[in-house]
Design a protein around this ligand. Structure first.
Ligand code: GLU
Length: 433
């Protein structure tokens, strides 16, 4: 055993924290390490951010429509609960791993602290390609997964929400499964529910709208405006598709869209509502005739002002970062930029609005949904919209001011603010026993 791992063992290093370099969790740790020198006295507590509070791996067996049995791997991680219950989505994706879910939970801890919600960070996933399952199989999968993680979740404990490939219907099944075993309806165990089950107005579009609001905010801070800006978007789902709609309606031009099945490029601007309608019918964005169909990787070479990665993590690698031609990157996805890519973007003078701020609109309206559920009193659209904007813009300004004052990137500034809040809570609570 070499000396580093011997000393790591003495410190109680956990085996599952020994991860490959370049993995999402490694990337998260590098982002934390980068701000520790700015945390002063609080850095004494920083190790708490480098260890998930708890992680559960479950087997999720279901009967398929043909009568056979299939097993899927499920995860739920509470990264940190110093500031409140764990909060974060559940995704269904064929490539999900415990390592990825740990990182996603960590990013939720930072995000919830940056926008000052009274939540810690959590995340869950089932390693499955949901496109291969029927609606009935998906329902059985969701219910069995919920039942397997039921010891982790609860309205004052951990509140799941939609993420990649999950939606309001998924949340309705989760809520119903949890409620059935409790013998009474428990609306606030999940957010992102259908409105008829206690969902909030404005939750579906909240993440995309937040990406739009932070894009406008960064342009304003740079002394510019959205009018006529050319934007390239990766991902055309609940985040990328909705952000593109808001951005186009406010005067920007969406010049390229990439999704899992292809890429559409149109320097004159793609008609976003028409491309969304085409995707609704064909399940993809190819053959839309709303621009030229291109190779997926061509997205990175498009001549535009702003790039919005709104798919999954680790898409902007160092080599992609060296290629892109935009001045600004607004992260709609969680963890889309690797730490090496971040360095390349900084060297090239490209401004990055980090995920923990840019995509926080979703969890902010999740918070509103949770609060409304507890009060059994539901808000109208203008109240949701104005409170969302207020929280997001306040957080943006704090991050921007810290970035100017400390001289770090916007990600560095957001992590300084977020880590400080989490570690202050940790310090004030003290350690038991
Ligand atoms: N999945 C979303 C995110 O990554 C929303 C989480 C939530 O609403 O709890 O921020």
């Amino acid at each position: 055993m070499n000396r580093t791992s011997a000393s790591a063992r003495r410190k109680g290093q956990l085996s599952f924290l020994e991860t490959e370099s370049g993995s999402p969790w490694e990337n998260f740790l590098a982002q934390i390490d980068a701000v520790i020198p700015h945390l002063g006295e609080l850095s004494r507590w920083s190790e708490t951010l480098k260890r998930p509070k708890r992680a559960l791996v479950v087997d999720v067996p279901i009967i398929l429509d043909d009568g056979s049995v299939a097993h899927f791997e499920g995860f739920r991680v509470h990264h940190n609960i110093s500031r409140g219950p764990a909060k974060g989505g559940v995704r269904f994706h064929q490539d999900s791993t415990l390592n990825e879910v740990m990182a996603l939970a960590g990013w939720m801890t930072i995000k919830n602290a940056v926008v000052n919600l009274p939540f810690g960070g959590g995340k869950g996933a089932v390693r499955v390609d949901p496109r291969l399952l029927s609606q009935e199989e998906l329902e059985r999968l969701t219910r069995r997964y919920t039942s397997e993680i039921s010891s982790m979740i609860g309205p004052d404990k951990d509140i799941p929400a939609p993420d990649v490939n999950t939606n309001a219907q998924t949340m309705a099944w989760m809520m119903d499964t949890y409620a059935s075993s409790n013998g009474h309806t428990v609306n606030s165990v999940v957010t992102g529910k259908p409105i008829a089950l206690g969902g909030s107005i404005g939750r579906i579009e909240a993440t995309g709208k937040g990406v739009f609001l932070t894009t406008c905010a960064v342009l304003r801070a740079l002394g510019d405006s959205l009018e006529g800006k050319r934007i390239a978007v990766q991902g055309f789902g609940n985040v990328g598709g909705i952000a593109a709609q808001f951005l186009q309606a406010a005067g920007a031009k969406i010049v390229a869209v990439q999704d899992v099945d292809g890429c559409v490029v149109n320097p004159a601007g793609i008609d976003v509502p028409k491309l969304l309608a085409h995707k609704d019918v064909t399940r993809g964005i190819r053959d839309s005739r709303l621009g030229d169909d291109a190779d997926r990787k061509d997205l990175w070479d498009v001549d535009a002002d702003i790039l919005i990665p709104a798919a999954i993590e680790s898409q902007i690698t160092a080599s992609v970062a060296a290629r892109i031609r935009t001045r600004i990157v607004v992260e709609g996805a969680n963890g889309p930029t690797t730490p090496e890519a971040d360095r390349v973007l900084a060297e090239r003078g490209i401004t990055v609005v980090p995920d923990v701020l840019a995509n926080a609109g979703g969890v902010i309206v999740s918070y509103f949904e949770w609060v409304q559920g507890f009060n059994s009193l539901f808000w109208r659209e203008p109240e949701v919209a104005s409170r969302l904007e207020q929280i997001l813009i306040e957080a943006f300004n704090e991050v921007w001011d810290t970035h100017v004052a400390v001289g770090t990137s916007l990600r560095g500034a957001a992590y300084i603010l977020g880590c400080r809040r989490v570690l202050q809570a940790r310090q004030q609570r003290g350690l038991y026993p």
